[in-house]
Design a protein around this ligand. Sequence first.
Ligand code: PLP
Length: 387
Amino acid sequence: MQTENVSALMRVAERPPQLFVSGSGSWLMDEDGRRYLDFVQGWAVNCLGHCPAELTRALLEQAGRLVNCSPAFFNEPATRLARLLAAHSCFDQVFFCNSGAEANEGAIKLARKWGAAHRGGAYEIVTFHNAFHGRTLATMSASGKPQWNRLFEPKVAGFPKAPYGDLDAVAALIGPNTAAVMLEPVQGEAGVIAATPQFMQGLRALTRERGVLLVVDEIQTGMGRTGRLFAYEHAGIEPDLMTLGKGLGGGVPLAALLAREAVCCFEPGDQGGTFNGNPLMTAAGAAVLRALLAPGFLEAVARKGGYLRSRLEQLSARLGLGAVRGQGLLLALELGADTGAALVERALAQGLLLNAPRPNLLRFMPALNVAESEIDTMIELLGAALD
Ligand SMILES: *Cc1c(COP(=O)(O)O)cnc(C)c1O
């Protein structure tokens, strides 16, 4: 790959030299025809793998019918996907947008409007240390990434933070200015740390008792990633707001804010966006959701998650590495040393795509329809990279 070919792209990430040209299922191909087993899948985005037939078909059909008509008008795929999401969740109202950060901005705005109307102007949203909610100014402010503490100052005010899992700390932060508590059911970027069901249930009880909203950011955990359609289901609770992104479009830019009827206080003019809910993206989302809802699909995700976990635990025991944690097909392996970045590079050289969200661990987020034989191949390639 020639450096002059890429010099016009703004350098916002360190990227390896490979130029990827095609993909199929769990495999990506570069311009030299080399194959890579993809356990990143666009950061848990391509939930059905690369170029799944149902997604390609939905995009082609919709592209020939109607690509865009403006968010000022109803369109068929958006109404269909909204109905499907409402029918399969505890939420009633859906707002479509283009990225996870934009969905979280919507949740923050809705919570602030609700606080203004129902809690005497309350606007604070309690979030968590090491949380990741996106890269707009407000969602960076809601995030708890230490590296961002002094970036792009001044931050948006109103996001007091508690240690993840510490219910007493949340209770102490809820005051007259609090409108909501917002969290990821599994903190992905922080290193795949799952909230316990007890913590989720405790937060639901606490927010009810104190009269504030509970917002779940399921941009990474939603759409089947943890073995249930949404991760909040594991705790048997019903949050007030939820955001989706990543897997929702199966690879195309699609995100959503979902709200329960009782708290959905947006009025015409409060929220919108030029590309929001366009038929092409929502047709893709509807095809993805239909695939996830097929009988047995989510059970298979849970089973494969269990298989990946046990293979990682065997590998860890053999090589003296650390614990495996996470839920479903969102797992992490502790390395016991800060070798993550070097391992990602070595795995790439072996034809395996992995991610190290923290220096001392690897994260695994394969396609939800990954085959057990592909999990075996991944373990072999990872074992070779580790030796
Ligand atoms: C990826 C992610 C976001 C941001 O989504 P973008 O589409 O990159 O804006 C927000 N929250 C969580 C939990 C995420 O994983």
